[in-house]
Design a protein around this ligand. Sequence first.
Ligand code: NAP
Length: 249
Amino acid sequence: MPHILLLGGTTEASALARLLAARGIPATLSFAGRTAHPKPQPIPTRSGGFGGVDGLADWLVAHHVTHLVDATHPFAARISANAVHAAARTATPLIALTRPPWTPAAGDDWRTVPDRDAAVAVLAGPPRRVMLALGRMHVDAFAAQPQHDYLLRFVDPPAQPPRLPRHHIVIDRGPFDAAGDRRLMDRHGIDLLVCKNAGGSGADAKLAAARARGCPVLLIDRPVLPIRPETHDPQAVLDWIDHGAHRGV
Ligand code: NAP
């Protein structure tokens, strides 16, 4: 009897959860537990960290997991590395369900940096009007460049005000579209967009808006992860469960 552990917190994971439910394949969807009210799911869920590689390996064994699917966000580097190591240790077949990274189109003015700290360093220089499209946990690092006006957009109001001396917060959970993001950038006179290369279609409105506005983009590259089998297609995960999974990674 299969039992799939699906590491989630993304739209891709929720899409796969629907496919697993439709096929009646026993599965558990795991959340980190950061969202107070996650959307209802069609398969059983669990929430909270496992306790590193050891905890995840123990969970795989204790719950007789036959297949591990890592559908976490491309910037969730720790859980993805833990998944590779726990799968190897327990000989549990692993596949990653990911979204392709964004690539520049005609008219884009992108500069890529390897990580957030490199983005902070690039911002040394005269004051600019920067849209910082990053999660709450990452914006305080930009206090090292306090000369800029920062436009921040969060899903929920932050518990603590950001440590940026000059900032404006917009609370909005989307969905966003290019025309709306263009209006937002125009209203705030944005001359630089800083964001992560998350990929996918849900969050690319700001990139289209920057393109239309002729606004440069500072794109933070994805973290480097251990090599693992990977697909962008939820249906391919079902095929892998049916036919393709081999022991180990
Ligand atoms: P992370 O740095 O890779 O993970 C930190 C710790 O959180 C992990 O070591 C693990 O704790 C726990 N964890 C993460 N994902 C988990 C999951 N699906 N189920 C159970 N435990 C999980 O990840 P993060 O960047 O903080 O992201 C947390 C979650 O939010 C991820 O599930 C991710 O898919 C989602 N998310 C992240 C982003 C982003 O930009 N990073 C954006 C959208 C959604 P233990 O070591 O104790 O097991």
